[in-house]
Design a binder for this molecule. Structure first.
Ligand SMILES: [Zn+2]
Length: 508
């Protein structure tokens, strides 16, 4: 009895000393700003298959080595290699204005030339036959394929300053307009994916779109579906301007130059770093965050901040807890954005790690401090997650709402690759900071959006949870709870299925 008491007192004292040391290192010697600058400003966005993605992997390995942590790049597949170049988009008639916009990812280059052409809007036609008859009109023109948004003010701005009546009226009209536009596109017999190649085939000079993200100055920037002509996204303001001038028959002309480079087929990687366990080296506690991004900006909050959290946690752990009981791993995944490809490949390639995984913590929804944690459907997650959380300082722990057993995430980010394999993967879920509209996949996902106090909070949380998981005398249980029946069909709830990664992507 006495022995047990003194042992647990010893453990508690050790825990509080380690926690205090983690806090001190995180607060007094933070590397977050420096890491953020090097990754987001110097290297920049990390589109799968781009040279910047490769630079980021090499940078991370070098960074870990400088902290005396073993790290490697693990090849898991191949992708179309492509490098973004300059995009110049100007209106040259009826007056001159440089437009805010850029080529989409994988957009073809204009081969060193500037293309000048008039604009044309997809018309509202009866059906796909009428559309095919109209299609020759796009020859030599820039085709505008997005709806002209009726307002560039986000809803929260209307709510604050508009009358209730005008806000309601705007929303009603916008909904009707959006439905009508969707109908207009669907009557062409094509989709957002098949329309651009059809325009290209019909001789269009380029595709102009605007994927507004419901906030001031924000657009979402994804990939192009054209293979010869440029596809560019322009801001809501500039798109509206050109659209109205086109409608009022002022025959605006645009000049577009895109300078991207094709780089053939390139290998794709995950960066894995490791602090070897001393007592149970074949059991693993793991940090996780995807490393790739879309490339409309720097990928600062998707997922630069998750990356910084995990790198900083690793650095702190190596310094404060260099001889862990279990092996500490971190996975910086490639190509999450195209379907969790890096982490799914890791799960396939390392069954021995997945089988012996004590826990994995992933973070991937922005810069905010963690406020949600779900048990992902594991029956006993409550037991160990609560026990580990109890050692986290109250200021970090108290705002975290837990849900047990919760339900297993089928996607969204890389923890799901592990959950699908029945392994204990969890998501450290952040408070929003308007992530969905302002930074997620947008042209404004930049360094200045990082809230470093929140990121530091998360690095401390991740480091303490990993320490506790590593020290826990018990292995975690992965017994699954009985999932509730589907309320629509009455069918029993099913655990998400394991999905194979795309190992060769972007090539057609
Ligand atoms: Zn992400």
């Amino acid at each position: 009895m006495l022995l047990i008491t003194s042992r647990s007192t010893f453990a508690q004292t050790k825990d509080s000393l380690i926690v205090a040391a983690i806090m001190k290192e995180a607060n007094e010697n933070s590397q977050l700003e420096k890491l953020g600058h090097e990754l987001l400003d110097v290297i920049g966005p990390r589109l799968v298959g781009s040279p910047q993605m490769q630079q980021a992997h090499d940078w991370a390995v070098a960074k870990y080595k400088s902290w005396d942590i073993t790290a490697r790049n693990e090849k898991w597949g191949e992708w179309r290699g492509w490098e973004r170049g300059v995009s110049h988009i100007d209106m040259v008639s009826p007056r001159v204005k440089s437009l805010e916009g850029m080529q989409l990812a994988w957009c073809p280059s204009t081969a060193g030339k500037t293309i000048t052409a008039e604009t044309i809007i997809i018309p509202d036609l009866k059906d796909s036959i009428a559309f095919q008859q109209w299609l020759p009109n796009v020859k030599g023109k820039f085709v505008m394929i997005s709806m002209n948004q009726p307002t560039g003010r986000p809803d929260y701005n209307w709510e604050e300053f508009g009358t209730k009546e005008s806000f309601e009226k705007m929303k009603k009209e916008r909904t009707a307009q959006t439905d009508a536009w969707r109908n207009r596109i669907s009557k062409t017999g094509l989709t957002g994916r098949t329309l651009p190649p059809a325009l290209e085939k019909a001789g269009a000079a380029g595709v102009i779109m605007s994927n507004w993200s419901n906030g001031f100055g924000v657009n979402k920037i994804f990939g192009a579906y054209t293979t010869k002509i440029p596809t560019v996204d322009i801001s809501l303001e500039d798109y509206g301007l050109v659209y109205r001038l086109t409608e009022s028959d002022h025959k605006p002309k645009l000049s577009v130059r895109t300078d991207s480079k094709e780089m053939g087929v390139v290998p794709t990687f995950n960066t894995i770093a490791e602090i070897k366990g001393t007592e149970k080296p074949d059991e693993y506690v793991m940090l996780s965050a995807h490393f790739d991004s879309w490339d409309g900006a720097s990928g600062a909050t998707d997922n630069g901040t998750g990356t910084l959290v995990m790198m900083e946690a690793m650095r702190i752990l190596k310094k404060i807890y260099p001889n862990p009981k279990r092996t500490i791993l971190v996975g910086h995944w490639g190509s999450e954005e195209q379907g969790l490809n890096g982490s799914r490949a890791f799960v396939e390639d390392h069954p021995e790690i997945v089988k012996n995984l004590q826990v994995l913590f992933n973070q991937d929804n922005g810069t905010g401090r963690v406020t949600n944690l779900s048990g992902q459907g594991y029956l006993h997650a409550y037991d160990y997650l609560t026990r580990w959380l109890s050692k986290v300082p109250a200021s970090i722990r108290t705002p975290i709402e837990t849900r047990f057993p919760g339900s297993p995430g089928g996607g969204g980010s890389d923890f799901a690759s592990f959950v699908a394999a029945g392994a204990p993967g969890f998501s450290l879920s952040s408070i929003s900071w308007l992530y969905g509209s302002y930074t997620w996949h947008t042209n404004r996902d930049t360094y200045d959006k990082i809230v470093f106090d929140d990121v530091r909070n998360n690095a401390i949380l991740a480091a303490i949870l990993i320490y506790m998981a590593s020290e826990d005398p018990a292995r975690t249980s992965t017994e699954k709870s009985v999932l509730p029946a589907n309320p629509r069909t009455g069918e029993p709830g099913r655990w998400p299925a394991k999905t194979a990664p795309t190992r060769k992507g972007g090539l057609n």
